[in-house]
Design a protein around this ligand. Structure first.
Ligand SMILES: Cc1cc2nc3c(=O)[nH]c(=O)nc-3n(C[C@H](O)[C@H](O)[C@H](O)COP(=O)(O)OP(=O)(O)OC[C@H]3O[C@@H](n4cnc5c(N)ncnc54)[C@H](O)[C@@H]3O)c2cc1C
Length: 488
């Protein structure tokens, strides 16, 4: 790629060059508007890929539009997650209209929808996704599009390949690398003024009829597209979109932050942000969250420790998960676990189990452990589970299964089926952590070998799991919006 070709698609005064990857070079624009294929970063604000597209459009005096592919066959798509996503896209549609940017939502595989739009585009801009299928879509689009293709990374605070060039061993090894670079990547993109507004009567390039108007009723559209509804709805508890993400962020900074440091590992409390589901769909920028928390903690002594604890989760742990998905090809598979972990689990595979439950009993939350059942109920009914209980939940599935590999697959399947934030790099790092990934060997025990174990007595020592059970039962009985509850 010549310097000239690369320069044609970059906007260094707006987007740090480390966030920009020219996937298909071009001397200049083809005829047509600039198209942003929105996939991972589903937001109209604080979105470097969107602003990058608008800056290119302004440079070439073209209108710009956004195209989204809605795929009922997206890996693991369920009615609960689809409705949450469409609620967010409805807001994106309205915000883009106000800014004078075109918008189309089309049924189909995201790469097909993107390629069809690229046929009429000056240039195609896309965001970055870290999972296998997301990378394959972008590779195909870059290979087959006839116009320039540029990918802009906005879902990690520190771009994944800038933070590290390899799979990191654990948080301790990634932490200093990310901390060193943080200052450089805390700027949010300034909103770019649209030079040429999208004509209201024109459809963005591509094939198939637009579903934009149907976003008014996310559930009806989800059902019409034939998305799997067997996991049930969680709309009583959570709604998707930038406005809900902003409300969760306000709740965090105004009400929860002081308690986060001590309270985040206390599942009976509510000292958590509930932002994971919004981060998963790109409805809020991690940089926006980081800045809001840093600002809120300034001049508040009590919040400083909590700020550091929160940044550890939001940046170090979350970006360790992104590192895992990016650099470990088998990120969601048992056979990619560290060798020491697989060896010790194999050595203990025939140990006697205190109990063995089949997958149906687990999924129905019908074990003899009331804490575990409450966690499974929280997940199934609401689409969320407190982080500390996720750890216990995963460890107990391993303890109660005859075969660690089958236990891993079941944990991943339940995780992705029920969590609103499932099917995320965090999902696969979290499930793999249960089996030793990003952890060290511990003293040897039955079944677990040297993989860290967790037992109910530990929950009682560190928190109040009976109060957690009561909290979940209360919440599920009330079927009320979680963000409206008292933040404790
Ligand atoms: C077995 C298991 C499965 C998990 N599955 C998922 C999943 O499917 N999707 C998911 O997003 N997270 C998952 N996690 C990580 C973590 O539990 C959730 O991110 C967190 O509970 C989300 O709730 P919150 O937004 O209220 O978290 P908060 O405590 O408010 O944290 C703020 C943000 O920091 C990040 N974060 C917090 N804890 C972790 C962590 N341990 N690892 C990585 N990032 C973290 C998340 O983006 C989170 O939204 C899993 C953890 C385990 C042990």
């Amino acid at each position: 790629m010549s310097d000239h070709e690369a320069r044609a698609l970059t906007v260094p005064e707006l987007t740090p060059p480390e966030r920009v990857h020219v996937r298909r070079a071009a001397e200049g624009p083809s005829p047509g508007p600039v198209v942003y294929w929105m996939q991972q970063a589903q937001r109209a604000r604080d979105n470097p890929a969107l602003e990058h597209a608008l800056a290119l459009a302004s440079r070439w005096d073209r209108p710009a539009c956004v195209v989204v592919g809605l795929d009922a066959r997206y890996p693991g798509a369920s009615e609960r997650s689809f409705v949450f996503m469409l609620e967010g896209l409805r807001e994106v549609r309205d915000a883009l209209a106000e800014r004078g940017v075109g918008f189309a939502c089309r049924a189909g595989a995201p790469d097909e929808v993107a390629l069809a739009a690229a046929r009429g585009a000056a240039v195609l801009v896309c965001d970055r996704g870290y999972l296998r299928h997301q990378r394959a879509w972008r590779a195909r689009v870059a290979a087959e599009a006839l116009c320039g293709v540029v990918e802009v990374e906005g879902e990690a605070v520190v771009p994944v390949e800038v933070a590290s060039g390899k799979a990191e061993y654990m948080a301790r090894t990634l932490r200093p690398k990310v901390q060193r670079l943080l200052e450089r990547f805390v700027a949010l993109p300034s909103p770019v003024a649209v030079a040429k507004r999208w004509p209201t009567d024109a459809a963005p390039p591509g094939e198939g009829s637009g579903l934009e108007a149907e976003l008014d009723d996310p559930l009806a559209l989800t059902r019409r597209l034939g998305v799997d509804g067997t996991a049930g709805s969680v709309s009583a508890y959570f709604h998707g979109g930038a406005a809900q993400a902003a409300a969760a962020l306000r709740r965090l900074t105004d009400c929860v932050l002081d308690a986060y440091g001590d309270g985040r590992n206390q599942p009976q409390r509510d000292a958590v942000s509930y932002l994971g589901m919004h981060l998963h769909f790109g409805q809020v920028s991690p940089v926006r969250v980081l800045r809001a928390v840093t600002d809120a903690a300034r001049d508040r002594d009590a919040a400083t420790r909590s700020r550091d604890a929160f940044i550890e989760e939001l940046v170090v742990r979350r970006e360790l998960a992104i590192n895992h998905a990016w650099f470990e090809p088998g990120y969601d598979r048992y056979d990619a676990l560290p060798e020491w972990a697989r060896k010790t689990l194999a050595k203990h595979a025939h140990d006697e189990r205190e109990r063995v439950y089949d997958p149906a009993t687990l999924e129905a939350a019908e074990t003899d452990d009331p804490y575990w059942n409450a966690a499974m109920l929280e997940m199934r009914a609401t689409g969320y589970m407190h982080n500390y209980m996720r750890m216990y939940w995963g460890k107990r599935i391993l303890a109660w299964s005859r075969d660690p590999e089958a236990a891993f697959d079941l944990t991943r399947t339940l995780n992705d089926r029920y969590f609103l934030d499932g099917r995320d790099p965090n999902s696969y790092a979290g499930v793999s952590w249960v089996y030793g990934r990003h952890d060290r060997p511990w003293p040897e025990r039955p079944v677990f070998g040297t993989v860290r174990s967790m037992v109910a007595a530990g929950l009682r020592r560190k928190g109040d799991p009976d109060a957690y059970v009561a909290k979940v039962e209360r919440r599920v009985a009330a079927r009320s919006a979680v963000l409206d509850e008292d933040c404790g």
